[in-house]
Design a binder for this molecule. Sequence first.
Ligand SMILES: [Zn+2]
Length: 188
Amino acid sequence: MECLARLPGVGAKTSERFAYHLLRAPEAEALDLAHAIRAARERTKVCSECCNLDEVDPCAICADPARDRGLLLVVEDPRDIASFEGAGHRGLYHVLQGRVSSVEGIAPEDLTVAALVARVRRTQPREVCLATNPDLEGEGTAQWIGARLRELGVTVTRLARGMPAGANIHQVSTSILADAMAGRRPLP
Ligand SMILES: [Zn+2]
């Protein structure tokens, strides 16, 4: 119960329900979960190019020669990539692995910003689009990164506000995301 309660969105009541379910379920079903957790943790690698999660390094997207290498989409979370793939993005990504948050004590140094700056300097993309969430922390993160990238002379854009404020990228529909991507604008 203690372990399950550490999962996001799982409180004391839910962790208790899960724990008793796992004890009553057939042994094979309960152990399937244990094996899946172990396999996922052992096989998953962080892509040394874009910090995405995959079973191979570089990840399948970075290794794909058909992708537009001049357009870099910067996202907070690996889960956001599936959403932008559905919305038709065919460039590359950079995963920040979070966002700057004073409430949660997350500083820019805790994210993969240094790797992003080094990558932009090395690969010279024609455009870096900051696709962090359109909420207070996502906006602050974009402003902070944008200031650093502009020193390198690269064109920095931000997603258009086609999404309602406070929305979450992996919860909005792909048509809203596609609209937001089509309306990208320079970071003010
Ligand atoms: Zn990658």
